[in-house]
Design a protein around this ligand. Sequence first.
Ligand code: PSU
Ligand code: MN
Length: 329
Amino acid sequence: MAYLLKTMWRSSILPPLRRSAGTLPPPLVYSEEVLSAKSEGKPIVALESTIITHGMPYPKNLETALDVENIIRQRGAVPATIAILKGILNIGLTEDQIKNLAQAKGVVKASRRDLAPITAARLDGATTVAGTIVATELADIPIFVTGGIGGVHREGESTLDVSADLNELGRSKTLVVCSGVKSILDIGRTLEYLETQGVCVCTFGQTTDFPAFYTVRSGFQAPYHVGSAQQAAEVLNAAKKLRLQSGIVVAVPVPKEHAMDELVIEKAINDSLAEAKKRGIQGKEVTPFILAAVAKATGGASLATNIALIKNNAKVGADIAVEFKKLKN
Ligand code: PSU
Ligand code: MN
């Protein structure tokens, strides 16, 4: 094991990491594109991979993953899709690696608690928001784009089903761009929990109306809003200077023309939640099950909304990364 880690360290020419004597560097591999972006000081945007393997069906998952990467490139930043391949944490994937992942069976959904066993057993793992944040901290990539983060599930006060994404946000320096929290979750309690964790939640735009993923408004308020990518970058910069070690959520509402009808989505979610309960779906299976059931119940409309919002988030995230680089931090 020690030998493997040493060889990987040399072969991937990692940038220097602060480490104490006697500890090994983390087993990371950078894609060529991300490695040169790092050495040239270009802005980088991290992307998760659970959305590819567990969040969307093939081939839409593949098309979306590649489109999102290209949007980030067009805005002047470099995408780094993150996944574990044969036990190695990959920061940036090639097009072929994304193609394989999009069709692979048996890829493990990898949150923080799954990272060590997947690495030890040399398995493939698709990182959730929490898993991806662990990687972005190791790779020093402060900006990460996704569709939606996990949260407190409905009835979470009795099931204790609270996504590890929220704790990870509480202990990381990452800024996550998303479209808020889906109403498959308890949005109010999710915001309360983020507050407890010290996560700075900002909406992107002129109001503090917190978005509900498929729809523009959830009925809940975020404590802050940022009016531009530059302002978001300034908040990230201030957090860095203050050495807060806790995360920021930038919640971007889905563009109006792609938003779903509130009643249609609420009914689809309620039916899907009832079905999940009836079937006894539990633990990490809950979110993927409900996402698929909602997509089916809406005849694919929810999937189209999901794709539209993540593409829009990619634009915002890339712009924030570009602005963040301009700041003398
Ligand atoms: N929400 C989505 N699509 C997704 C997920 C959430 O719209 O693919 C994934 C993300 O990877 C997120 C994870 O981090 O689900 C949360 O899972 P859980 O609730 O089991 O923590
Ligand atoms: Mn859960």
